[in-house]
Design a protein around this ligand. Structure first.
Ligand SMILES: Nc1ncnc2c1ncn2[C@@H]1O[C@H](COP(=O)(O)OP(=O)(O)OP(=O)(O)O)[C@@H](O)[C@H]1O
Ligand SMILES: [Mg+2]
Length: 945
C-alpha cells in the first residue's frame, strides 16, 4: 500500500469518527505524512518486529488504540510477529477491525457484507493467519474462490508475494491446467480458483479424499454471484464441501446485499454447529472509502436493443456534461461497433462545443495510434477500446487515459474485467450486451465490475455512476446499485444435473443423502423464506417446503434412474452414461437425445443428434437470417444440406458447423454481409460446445458397445477438433503452410490427402503449387511430426465353449510409421484411439492412450464373440487429427453357428446388449446345451485359421 492509500482510508475514517481519538488519528496521519514512503514504513515495521525497537511515533497506538465510528481500531502490531508481517498497514480499518475478533480469534464461519473497496480482503488474510498460528506445521490447504479469472490472478499475484513471508505456496488454478501444473497445485497450501474450475477438479479428486480432507479453510469472495446463473456451481461446490463432512471453515465475502443472514444460515456456524448461523458482519454504504453517486435513467424506446442503443448514444454527451465534472470517464457499450460509434458521437459533440464550454479539456498531447477512426477521435480526447483493436492501439489508449491525454474511453464490458483503468465517471450505455450467443442483460457481477471502475481509492475520493436502461428496468438497477436486491439461488434451474454430478461423486448414495445434500444448499434456505420465487405455490398447501424439496429430489432421481444415468443397486451410482453427463457438463435433456441415437448410426445421424443438443437452444434464427442460412445451405461444401425449411436452432447449428468443416465461404451481397459478424461469433460458441458434446456422444456409444456409432462419432470428433472434414482434400489444411488456395491447387493436381503429399518429392510439391525452393523441403520437414499410424491384427488362438460362443485371442500391432514418435502435433499432445469390433458392429475393445505411451509391444487381447461373425476389424486413429485413421481386418471362419448361444443367429442391435431384459434372454438361451455340435467340428473350430 502506498501512503496515499492509507492516507485516504484513514482520512475517510477520521472524517466519520465520533470518538475523542480523532485528534490521535489526525496526529498519526501527520506523523505518516511526515515520515514517508511505503519502504520506510515497512522497514520500520521489520525493525520493530526484529526487537521491538519501535521508532518513537508521535503517540503510542498500543496505549491509545484509535476508534473510528465507535469501532476500536486494531493495530497489526497486536498480532504475533510471525503473521503481522504480511500486513502492510499499521492499523486495520473499521471494517477489518470489527471482523478481527471473529476472523482471527475464533474458528467460526463468517459472512461479511460490505461495500466495494472497504478492505474485505484483509478479513480473509486474518483467517489464513489464524490457521497458520493454530496448525503450526501440520498439512492444510486453503481454497480461495472468486468468480472471474482476472480476480483470481490479482489475488494470486498479491498473495504469492505476501504469503511467501509465512512460507506458504500459492497456486492459481484457472482455465486449462496441464497435468504438471496440477501437481504443483496439489502441493500448494493456498489454491486460488474459480467455482467452475474447482468443481471440475474436485470431480477428478473424488478418489483422493485425503486431499479434500486437508482443506481447512474455504474462502468465498464475491459470494453474491450466487444469484447469477453461474452461482449454481458455487452453491454446489460449497454444499458439497459441507455435506461430505470435512472440517472446513468458511469465510464468505459479499458486496452489500439485504439478506446476508441467509448466507450465514446456509454456511452454518461451524461443522459442529451447522444448524446455527455463521457469524455475520454487515457494513452499510457509509463504509465505502470512495463515495459513489449513482443515477439510473430509464428510456422508453422500441423493442429492439439496437435502436434503443442508438437512442441512448445520443444521450451520452449530455450525461457526461452533467455528471463528469470534466474528469476521466468510461462509457460501456453493448458491442464493439457501438463503442466505436459512441466515440465518434462524443468526438463530434466535443468539436461542436464552444471553446470555453468544452465538456472535457482538450488533450495536452495527441497519442499515436494505427486505427484511422481512432486517430480521428483521440484528437478530441476520446477513444474506443475493444478486442478488435490491435494490441499496440489498445495499449496506447490505456496509457493515454492514465496520463490524461484521453478523457473518455468507450468500450465493451470486457475492459471492466481485464484492465485496471480507474476513472471518475462510469456510464452504462444500456444494460444489455452480446453474451455467449444472444443479447442478454448484464449479470449483476458485470454491472458491479463496471461500476467498480469508478472511484478507485487511489484515484478519487468521490465518484459517479450513471446507468441508462429501459424504463421498465429502472427499479431493478436502482435496487442493484443500492444493494437492495435479494440474493436468490439458481440451483433449482439445473437441479437434475447437479444431483447426477453428486451421485457420481459419491456425495449422494441414497435418497436420504440426497435430501441431506439438498438441505445443505442455499436453495433450501431461500425456498423456506421465499417459496413463491421457486414456484412452489401451486403445490398442495398442506405440503411443507421440506416435503416439497424431498419430492423434487425424488422426481429428479427417478428421472435419472429411468434414463439409465443412475442405477440403484442398494446404493445410488452413476452408470457410465451418468458419468459422461457429469464429466462433460451435459444437460439432461441432451443426454436423452444422445442415448436415443439409432444403432449403427451414420455420421449424418450423429451430427443431427449433436445439433439438437439443448445447449444450442439459444441459437435461434434472428430476423433476416433465414435467407442467409438458406443461401449458405445451398453451397456445395455443405456435406449434408438441411432439406427441410430452415427454422430451428438445430438447422442453423448444422449449417454453421458444416460450413466450417467444408470451408464454405459466407454468402456475399448487400443483404448478407450484415450477418457475417453474427455468424462468426456464433461459430465460436458452437465449436466450443461441440467439442465437449461429441466427446460425450463417443463415451455413450462406447458404453452401448456400438462400434459403428463409436467409429463415426470419433470421426466427427476429429473433424470438429481439426475444423475440417476427414477424407476430403481439406485435411491438407492441417499443415500450417497450407491455406485454402494452396489446398485447392494441390487437390487439382491429384494431391488430395496428406498421405499423397508425403509421397511426393519436394520439387514436385513446388511445381504443383508454383512455389520455389525450399518450400517443398520445408513443408515435408514440417510433416515429419504428422502422425502416420500402422495397424495389423492376428489371431493367436481361440477357445470355444458350447453355447457360450468363441473367445478369440488376438494380437494387435499398433505403431507409428514416423521415424520419431510424434508425441506432439501443432504443439498439442497426440492421443491415439483404438477400436476393435466384430463384423456385426459390436464393440469388442476400446482404448485411448497418448502417443508416447504407445509401446512397441503388441497389444494382446481376448475378444468374446457371442454370435456368428465373419471378421474382426481394428481401427486406429489420432484423436483430433484428420486423415490418420487406419484399419486392419482379420477374417474369422470355421466357427460353427451352433457354438453360439442357441436362437441367436444374428445378433440384436448392439445397444440391446446392455438392456437388462435382453441380458436375461441371452442367459436363458445359454441354458440350452450345445449337444447338437459334433465334437470334431468343435475341435477344428478351436484352431486359429
Ligand atoms: N487497513 C487498511 N489501510 C489502508 N488501506 C487499506 C487497508 N485495508 C485495505 N486497504 C486498501 O483498500 C483497497 C481495497 O481493499 P480490498 O480490495 O480488500 O477491498 P474489497 O472490500 O475487497 O473491495 P471489492 O468489493 O472491490 O473487492 C486496497 O487498495 C487495499 O490496499
Ligand atoms: Mg474484494
Amino acid at each position: 500500500m502506498n501512503l496515499d492509500d492509507f492516507d485516504r482510508q484513514l482520512l475517510a475514517e477520521v472524517e466519520q469518527a465520533s470518538s475523542p481519538t480523532v485528534a490521535a488519528l489526525q496526529s498519526r496521519k501527520r506523523y505518516l505524512q511526515g515520515n514517508g514512503s511505503e519502504e520506510q514504513i515497512k522497514r520500520r515495521k521489520t525493525q520493530a518486529q526484529a526487537r521491538d525497537q519501535v521508532p518513537a511515533p508521535s503517540f503510542n497506538l498500543r496505549h491509545a488504540p484509535p476508534m473510528a465510528r465507535g469501532i476500536q481500531l486494531v493495530c497489526t502490531s497486536q498480532m504475533p510477529d510471525r503473521v503481522s508481517a504480511i500486513f502492510p498497514y499499521e492499523i486495520l480499518n473499521a471494517v477489518q477491525s470489527k471482523c478481527f475478533p471473529v476472523a482471527f480469534e475464533s474458528n467460526d464461519n463468517l459472512v461479511v457484507s460490505a461495500p466495494t473497496g472497504s478492505g474485505k480482503t484483509v478479513v480473509m488474510e486474518l483467517a489464513i493467519c489464524r490457521l497458520v498460528m493454530e496448525t503450526r506445521n501440520a498439512d492444510f490447504k486453503v481454497i480461495y474462490q472468486a468468480p472471474t479469472k482476472s480476480l483470481c490472478s490479482e489475488r494470486y499475484h498479491d498473495w504469492s508475494k505476501k504469503f511467501k513471508l509465512l512460507g506458504l505456496d500459492v497456486a492459481e488454478l484457472t482455465g486449462d491446467t496441464s497435468n504438471d501444473h496440477l501437481r504443483q497445485v496439489q502441493q500448494a497450501r493456498i489454491i486460488i480458483t474459480t467455482p467452475e474450475k474447482w468443481d471440475s477438479i474436485t470431480r477428478k479428486w473424488r478418489d483422493n479424499r485425503r486431499l479434500l480432507d486437508m482443506i481447512k479453510l474455504f474462502l468465498v469472495d464475491e459470494v453474491h454471484i450466487l444469484k447469477d446463473s453461474r452461482g449454481a456451481t458455487l452453491e454446489a461446490v460449497v454444499s458439497r464441501m459441507k455435506s461430505i463432512g470435512t472440517q472446513v471453515r468458511f469465510i464468505a465475502l459479499s458486496a452489500t446485499v439485504p439478506n446476508s443472514e441467509d448466507i450465514a444460515a446456509w454456511l452454518g456456524k461451524s461443522p459442529e454447529q451447522s444448524t446455527q448461523p455463521a457469524r455475520i458482519e454487515v457494513f452499510d454504504e457509509s463504509f465505502r472509502p470512495v463515495r459513489l453517486e449513482k443515477h439510473v435513467y430509464g428510456f422508453q424506446y422500441g423493442n429492439n436493443d439496437f435502436s434503443l442503443d442508438n437512442h441512448l448514444r445520443k444521450q451520452v454527451p449530455d450525461m457526461i456534461i452533467k455528471h463528469s465534472k470534466k474528469k476521466a470517464t468510461m462509457v460501456f457499450c453493448m458491442t464493439r461497433k457501438s463503442a466505436l460509434q459512441t466515440a465518434q458521437t462524443l468526438a463530434e459533440a466535443w468539436r461542436n462545443s464552444e471553446r470555453h464550454q468544452l465538456p472535457w479539456p482538450a488533450p495536452r498531447q495527441i497519442i499515436v495510434v494505427g486505427d484511422t477512426v481512432l486517430r480521428d477521435t483521440v484528437q478530441a480526447g476520446v477513444a474506443f477500446h475493444h478486442g478488435g483493436l490491435s494490441v499496440e492501439d489498445r495499449h496506447a489508449v490505456e496509457q493515454g487515459f492514465l496520463q490524461g491525454f484521453i478523457t473518455v474511453i468507450c468500450s465493451t464490458s470486457t475492459l471492466a474485467v481485464g484492465v485496471n483503468l480507474p476513472c471518475y465517471l462510469v456510464v452504462l450505455q444500456g444494460t444489455t450486451t452480446w453474451a455467449t450467443n444472444a443479447m442478454q442483460s448484464y449479470s449483476d457481477l458485470e454491472v458491479m465490475q463496471m461500476l467498480g471502475r469508478a472511484g478507485r481509492p487511489q484515484f478519487e475520493q468521490s465518484a459517479c455512476a450513471v446507468i441508462l436502461t429501459r424504463e421498465q428496468h429502472v427499479s431493478r438497477y436502482q435496487k442493484m446499485v443500492s444493494g437492495q436486491e435479494l440474493l436468490e439461488s439458481t440451483l433449482h434451474l439445473n437441479l437434475v444435473e447437479h444431483l447426477n454430478a453428486e451421485i457420481g461423486l459419491g456425495t449422494i448414495r441414497s435418497m436420504a443423502l440426497a435430501q441431506k445434500w439438498l438441505a445443505s444448499t442455499f436453495l433450501r434456505v431461500r425456498v423456506m423464506r421465499n417459496p413463491g420465487h421457486y414456484q412452489l405455490e401451486e403445490t398442495n398447501s398442506h405440503v411443507g417446503t421440506d416435503e416439497m424439496l424431498q419430492q423434487w429430489c425424488e422426481k429428479d432421481i427417478q428421472a435419472l434412474l429411468h434414463a439409465n444415468m443412475v442405477e440403484d443397486s442398494g446404493r445410488l451410482k452413476c452408470t457410465e452414461l451418468g458419468d459422461a453427463m457429469a464429466k462433460y457438463y451435459v444437460n439432461f435433456d441432451t443426454m436423452k437425445i444422445f442415448t436415443a441415437i439409432p444403432p449403427k448410426a451414420k455420421l449424418r445421424e450423429i451430427l443431427s443428434a449433436l445439433t439438437r443438443a439443448a445447449e444450442f437452444s439459444e441459437m435461434r434464427l434472428r430476423s433476416g437470417e433465414k435467407s442467409y442460412y438458406k443461401e449458405l445451405n445451398k453451397k456445395s461444401e455443405i456435406m449434408f444440406p438441411v432439406n427441410v425449411d430452415i427454422a430451428l436452432p438445430e438447422h442453423k447449428v448444422s449449417i454453421i458447423l458444416q460450413a466450417e468443416l467444408g470451408g464454405a465461404s459466407q454468402p456475399d451481397g448487400e443483404n448478407f454481409r450484415k450477418h457475417h459478424q453474427q455468424h462468426s461469433t456464433e461459430r465460436l460458441v458452437i465449436f466450443s460446445h461441440a467439442n465437449r458434446l461429441i466427446r460425450c456422444i463417443i463415451d455413450c456409444q462406447i458404453y452401448m458397445k456400438d462400434s459403428v456409432s463409436v467409429r463415426n462419432a470419433l470421426e466427427l470428433g476429429r473433424c470438429i477438433a481439426a475444423k475440417v472434414w476427414d477424407s476430403t482434400p481439406r485435411q491438407l489444411k492441417q499443415v500450417p503452410e497450407i491455406g485454402d488456395v494452396l489446398c485447392r491447387k494441390l487437390a487439382s493436381q491429384g494431391i488430395n490427402s496428406i498421405e499423397k503429399l508425403l509421397a511426393k518429392e519436394a520439387y514436385q510439391i513446388e511445381m504443383a503449387v508454383g512455389k520455389t525452393q525450399p518450400f517443398g523441403t520445408r513443408l515435408l520437414a514440417k510433416l515429419q511430426s504428422y502422425p502416420r499410424l500402422r495397424v495389423s491384427i492376428k489371431e493367436m488362438g481361440r477357445e470355444i465353449k458350447r453355447g457360450h460362443g468363441a473367445t478369440l485371442r488376438l494380437r494387435v500391432d499398433v505403431g507409428f510409421l514416423n521415424t520419431k514418435t510424434p508425441t506432439y502435433f501443432h504443439k498439442t499432445p497426440v492421443y491415439v484411439c483404438f477400436v476393435v469390433e466384430d463384423s456385426n458392429g459390436n464393440l469388442l475393445d476400446f482404448r485411448r492412450f497418448s502417443a508416447g505411451k504407445l509401446e512397441s509391444e503388441p497389444i494382446l487381447l481376448s475378444a468374446v464373440a457371442e454370435q456368428p461373425l465373419t471378421h474382426v476389424g481394428c481401427s486406429v486413429m489420432c484423436d483430433e487429427i484428420v486423415g490418420t485413421a487406419m484399419h486392419a481386418e482379420l477374417k474369422v471362419s470355421g466357427i460353427p453357428d451352433a457354438v453360439f448361444p442357441a436362437g441367436i443367429k444374428s445378433r440384436p442391435g448392439p445397444r440391446d446388449v446392455d438392456h437388462p431384459a435382453i441380458q436375461k434372454a441371452s442367459q436363458v438361451a445359454t441354458a440350452f446345451d450345445d449337444d447338437d455340435i459334433e465334437d470334431a467340428d468343435l475341435l477344428a473350430a478351436t484352431e486359429p485359421q
